[in-house]
Structure formats: C-alpha cells, structure tokens
Design a protein around this ligand. Structure first.
Ligand code: IFM
Length: 448
C-alpha cells in the first residue's frame, strides 16, 4: 500500500543524510593519519563529556561498506561526508599521504556503484594540529595550506565527485574554537575568533578557485550554520540586540560571500577586534557559488544583556526541546529559507537538520524514536512551505546518518537515524530512519 503524501516535493529534489570525518571515522592513527586539533583537544582532561574522544567513534574507517549498505536500506540518493585533512596531508603542509586519499577513493567508488551521489565537504573542523602550532585559523597563511590540500583532494576525486562543499559552519569553527573555547583548539579571544573567521572565508575563496580549475563542471558551495533570530520582546533594545545577533551569526558570513562586504553594524560593534582585511580579500571571498548549504536546528530569541558578548543575550521559549536543550521550531527554518532567498538568492540545500533525543537501546531490532521522526517531518513541511514560496531548495540532508561523536558532548547525544551501540559497533536503523525511507520513496512528506 502506498503512503498518503502530505506534501509532494519537486521531481529532481535530492534526499540524503550527512556525517563528518572526526565524528564517525575513528582509526585516528591508521594509514599515516596525523593528529588534528580535535585529537589533542578531546584528549585534554575536562574538554568533553566523560572525556570522550573520536579515537574509535563509529569505526566507519573500517566499516564503510556496511555503512553504505545502510544508506541503501534507507534509500538515500546522496551522502554528505567530510574528508579528513590530516589523513591527506598529515602535517598540514608538505607530502600528500596516498593511503589517506585511497580511503575516500574507495568510498566514492562504492557510493557511485550504489547510485548514491557523493557530496564532499572539505573542512569539517579537523585542522591538522601542526597548522594550529603555526598559528591555526587566525593565521592568514592557513588559507594557503587549505588550498593546497583542496588541490590534492580535487585532483584525485574530481573525476567522480561533482558536488563540493568547501567549509562546514565557519562560525562554529571560529567562534566556538577560538573565542568561546568550547571546541578545539579551545582559545578564548574575540580577535582570534574574528581573524579565524576571516581566514576561513579566504580559504573558501581560494578553494573555489582551485576546485573550479581542477573540476570545471563541479557544483561548489559552502555550508553555514544559520538561524532565524527573533527579538525576545518587542522592546526596541531587544529588537536592536536581535539585529546585532543576526549580524554576528548570519550576515557576518552571508554578506562577504554574497555582497562582498562585512556588515557595517557588526564592524562597529566589534571595534578593535576587527581582523585585517587586505585589498582583494573580499573579491576573492565573494566569487559566485553554485549553492549555499544551510544547517538549521533551532531559532534564536535575543534580548539586550549588558553582560553578554557584544551586549547580547539569549532567552528561551516554552515548547518542545531536544536533548541538546534546543527549542524545536520548524517555522524558523521556513522563515530562514524565505529570507535567504529574498536577501541573497542562491540555490539552497539543507545540508543538516535533525535532533538529538535520548533513544532507548534496540529491542528486537527496533529503536522507537517518534520525536525525531516528528522533528524531521515538521521541518520537511517547513521546507515544502518555503518551496511553495518560490525558494530554490534543491535537497535535504538529515543529520545524521549514524549516532556519532557530538564534539564537546562526546557520545552522550545521539543525532542518528541509525543507532550505534558503541561497545559492539552494531548499527540498527531507528524508526525515524525507516520513516525517512518512506519519505524518499514517496518523494514527499508522509505521515509519521
Ligand atoms: O554534530 C554537529 C555537526 O558536526 C555540525 N552541525 C551541528 C551538528 C549537531 O550539533
């Protein structure tokens, strides 16, 4: 019996799921991989919940065939994964490690043999530690090192991978890593955070040039963590605070990428912490992309708070929250997609969306996770609304294919549509995954 379709999606819409190298691969010292900032950070006492590290993670480095089998069972049309820079250039500069590239070569071949389109992300936060020792992302030359690495990867895989994402969530890499200190490498300077963000954007621009030279037919984009930012009250000071918060989270990246300038209001607010921007940088950053990747989880409600960063504070709202404590609000995704189309206009993919919940372990091969299925269901209806409002949304990737290493939260938070029993590495597709398969088969939203 075929499903009742609540919202049909366009015929060429792409359905996928996403992961990232350090979160799933494990095998951190295998086949010549060098250490990344996350190896060092996660091994530093007190930095992750339970002292968890990515040493083994989902052992995807050894179980990738089985994981492609799961993708097939889910009916995925595309798989977004990231490539680990320290596998490819273990010291961040200098010789390429062929064994590191071989791993992704095999993965891509097997994906294609199974009719699953690879979407490769080139940087999902695992900077080689050797480059952090030279100054890390705040150091301008790191963009050159990134372009060298991108050159090596795209020469090897560019004959088969057509969709490339330069960076995942540069806001998180820069701000949580260099300003708030809660992600690797754990620095706590606003100036370092902003300098890191600028080098990341510059690296994106240089990578765009490299990829288009090596793979002229490639579709290339960048993925940002974006949100709809609303004032917590209608007081003018909170409306202003929300505008500034939108500036630091969204416009700080969107404006340079799509308008070739940093937003003036935020430039004023950060004052002396503003990084050096050289002539030509913004032109390089603003080269046209083929698409923008949107990672959306939750909206933000903002008030003026004299003690918060730049005078901004967050407030919470009543309603459903995930295990991360994040408010569930699908309208935030609809508003965001509509706004991106109105203000910037690129083709869009939702490259991440999903939820952590405290799932029970499998019983008789089943993991009931109705709240996750409901979360994805409601966010897909929000995507449908956006499409009906003229938004050029091309695809949706749920986060995540597998439960995995959730950064500072370690293994305590499960985002997968597939359950991973870490002691045995056994995988079980959750009920949300079985439901997602029905969505893909129907090419539209079906009841949970
Ligand atoms: O797990 C992360 C992912 O690496 C980047 N985007 C958000 C996810 C959930 O926190």
């Amino acid at each position: 019996m075929s499903d009742r379709v609540e919202a049909p999606f366009p015929d060429d819409f792409i359905w996928g799921a996403a992961t990232a190298s350090y979160q799933i691969e494990g095998a951190v010292a295998v086949d010549g991989r060098g250490p990344s900032i996350w190896d060092i950070f996660s091994h530093t006492p007190g930095k992750t919940v339970n002292g968890d590290t990515g040493d083994v993670a989902c052992d995807h480095y050894h179980r990738w065939r089985e994981d492609i089998g799961i993708m097939r069972e889910l009916g995925l049309q595309a798989y977004r994964f990231s490539i680990a820079w320290p596998r490819v250039i273990p010291n961040g500069r200098g010789p390429i490690n062929p064994a590191g590239l071989d791993f992704y070569d095999r993965l891509v071949d097997e994906l294609l043999a199974n009719d699953i389109q690879p979407f490769a992300t080139l940087y999902h936060w695992d900077l080689p530690q050797a480059l952090e020792d030279e100054g890390g992302w705040p150091h301008r030359q790191t963009a050159d090192r990134f372009a060298e690495y991108v050159d090596a990867v795209t020469r090897r895989l560019g004959d088969r991978v057509t969709h490339w994402i330069t960076l995942n969530e540069p806001w998180v890499a820069a701000m949580l890593g260099y300003y708030m200190g809660i992600h690797a490498p754990g620095r706590t300077s606003l100036a370092d955070g902003l300098a890191a963000a600028h080098t990341l954007l510059l690296g994106h621009g240089q990578a765009m040039e490299t990829i288009t030279a090596n793979v002229p037919a490639a579709e290339v984009g960048i993925t940002l963590n974006l949100s709809s930012v609303y004032p917590g009250t209608d007081k003018s000071q909170d409306v202003e605070a929300a505008r500034l918060a939108d500036g630091t989270l969204n416009r700080w990246f969107l404006d340079p990428l799509f308008k070739g300038s940093y937003p003036e209001d935020v430039v004023r607010a950060v004052g002396d912490a503003m990084p050096e921007v050289r002539d030509g940088d913004l032109n390089r950053i603003a080269q046209p992309v083929n698409f923008l990747g949107v990672n959306y989880y939750s909206p933000q409600y903002v008030v003026r708070d004299p003690n918060g960063p730049l005078g901004v504070g967050m407030v919470d709202r009543e309603g459903e929250h995930t295990a991360m404590g994040w408010l569930v609000q699908p309208e935030g995704l609809r508003d965001l997609l509509v706004r991106l189309n109105e203000d910037y206009g690129p083709a869009l993919y939702v490259t991440e969306n999903g939820a952590a919940y405290d799932d029970p372990p499998p019983t008789n091969g089943r993991v009931p996770d109705p709240r996750r299925a409901a979360y994805i269901h409601d966010h897909l209806l929000a995507c449908d609304e956006a499409i009906r409002n003229g938004v050029p949304l091309r695809g949706y990737f749920c986060w995540s294919l597998l439960d995995n290493f959730e950064w500072a939260e370690g293994y305590s938070k499960r985002f997968g549509i597939t359950f991973v029993d870490y002691p045995t590495e056994e995988r079980t597709i959750k009920e949300s995954g079985r439901w997602y398969r029905r969505v893909i088969d129907a090419n539209g939203v079906v009841p949970v």
